[in-house]
Unconditional design. Structure first.
Length: 495
């Protein structure tokens, strides 16, 4: 990854019609805009189908794509829907916010209508797609069963299905054949549209950075289909779940609730499931950012049923063995190690041994509790093999961050910038320039920071639900003036 720059923007945040960003004309316009702005990378959030809480990091499948990202306009072009169909079911309530409840109410019937109007079973490409993607059968059956159980988690299904007894599964396959076909139809069109968009981006010189969560959701096709790979008991109930220990930001820690991997079982198979997962990701993306990279060194284990993370403890992860196995099968790939949070010497060594670039976030640099110049997040301490961010999807926008830090920290930041006069609301440009001129090989700036927006546009506030993952960009914000400003910054700093 050479000296370059990119922008972080979720697919869902694109200014598409009908209520959520998708693989439509707005996505292609954004690619053109990125290229004109001199950018090399478009970083997105995970593409999986979202579940409760709308988080792309808690998906029903690590392999499947989000059906909401399918372009309805493409269905119109193919004769599966009409413009009138789409307009009558428009889920847009606000150009600034995704309304997931409205999406489910309005978009899902349209997707079923398109399936009903198709002759998908007769298409050779569809048959080939189903055969090539081994995960698809389990995922489609899982989703069809969830519909039958009115959305209930698989842990609440009848015992024969919960424990995957073959006679019960076969009976379900026959009884739910049409629903299974519907979910396969959605994945076929998702992947066909995404591959077309990615190819267009690559032709324009834009590479896609994708995001892979380290864990899968408990209520997912992954856990249900392969319970032997997770720390579950004989009834497929978790023994322990994932999270983070208490710290200065969360007195009770963070209880994520994801099932933990049985790393001994993975090792016995040569890490086959993980290698398949990574191989799948490298078909989807040019670069893969692995979330919570420290979990491969050591992971935090919390007893299942606990109400918080206080009683958790650390367990040893697979370390470099997993990545050596993957590289032997897949070859050397471009990976970003998300190593934010509490770091230990062994985590630092794992990142060093992997050779993967790690992450530097400017918002962590000006901490009044750490006045030393050796703060790893101060730009003068960056080495070349890192990816620099003003903030991530989990952080405040850079504008709101500066407004909410202490006066002492504001003074530290202004002194570092050598800027005591620029109004607070315009200071974001100085912070962007600060990391753009650093030694970091790659700089990724969230779109909200280039726009100078406040926390009304924040994508996610960890450990909260209800207001996250909803922000959308307005069409006029993809302006020529901003494009030129970004292009000039990129040229000035040799990116």
């Amino acid at each position: 990854m050479k000296r370059s720059a990119g922008i972080l923007l979720s697919i869902s945040s694109l200014p598409s019609r009908y209520g959520i960003g998708c693989f439509d004309e707005s996505a292609y316009r954004f690619v053109d805009w990125l290229a004109a702005a001199g950018q090399t990378y478009w970083q997105i959030l995970p593409l999986g189908p979202t579940s409760y809480g709308d988080s792309p990091y808690q998906s029903f499948s690590t392999f499947a794509g989000n059906p909401y990202f399918i372009s309805l306009d493409e269905f119109v072009k193919e004769g599966l829907l009409t413009e009138e169909d789409c307009k009558s079911a428009d889920a847009e309530v606000s150009p600034r916010r995704v309304d997931y409840r409205k999406l489910y109410q309005n978009r899902w019937p349209l997707l079923k209508m398109a399936y009903g109007n198709s002759r998908i079973a007769e298409e050779e490409e569809f048959a080939a797609f189903c055969e090539e993607n081994e995960w698809l059968s389990d995922y489609a059956l899982f989703m069809a069963l969830k519909d039958q159980y009115k959305g209930a988690a698989w842990s609440e299904w009848d015992e024969a299905l919960r424990l995957r007894r073959e006679d019960a599964l076969e009976q379900a396959r026959q009884a739910l054949a049409d629903e299974i076909g519907f979910y396969k139809f959605l994945q076929y069109h998702f992947y066909r549209q995404w591959e077309k968009l990615k190819a267009y981006a690559n032709e324009k010189g834009i590479q896609i950075i994708g995001d892979i969560p380290i864990y899968v959701a408990l209520d997912s096709a992954d856990t249900w289909a392969s319970p032997q790979l997770f720390q579950l008991d004989e009834n497929n109930v978790p023994k322990a779940v994932a999270g983070c220990p208490p710290d200065g930001f969360a007195a009770d820690g963070q209880l994520w609730g994801n099932p933990l991997y049985d790393w001994e079982k993975h090792k016995a198979t040569g890490y086959q499931w993980w290698i398949s997962r990574l191989a799948h990701c490298f078909k989807l993306y040019d670069v893969v950012r692995i979330d919570h990279f420290r979990g491969f060194d050591a992971y935090y284990s919390i007893p299942y049923g606990d109400e918080n993370a206080r009683n958790g403890h650390w367990e040893k992860g697979p370390g470099m063995e997993l990545f050596r196995k993957a590289e032997k099968v897949l070859g050397r790939k471009d990976v970003i190690a998300e190593d934010l949070g509490f770091m230990t010497d062994t985590v630092r060594q794992l990142v060093k041994d992997s050779g993967f670039p790690n992450m530097k976030v400017l918002e962590f640099a000006f901490d009044s509790r750490d006045t030393g110049s050796r703060n790893d997040y101060l730009p003068h301490n960056y080495d070349e093999n890192c990816i620099a961010y003003t903030g991530t999807h989990d952080n405040q926008t850079i504008t709101s961050w500066f407004e909410t830090i202490t006066e002492e920290e504001q003074a530290m930041a202004r002194a570092y910038l050598c800027d005591h006069h620029t109004p607070d609301q315009e200071l974001y440009k100085g912070f962007i320039a600060l990391i753009m001129r650093s030694k970091a090989n790659v700089c990724i700036i969230p779109m909200q920071d280039w726009l100078g927006l406040n926390d009304d546009s924040r994508m996610n506030k960890p450990s909260t639900v209800g207001t996250n993952w909803k922000w959308r960009m307005k069409p006029e914000e993809m302006s020529r003036a901003l494009c030129e400003e970004i292009r000039q910054n990129t040229q000035i700093y040799g990116r």
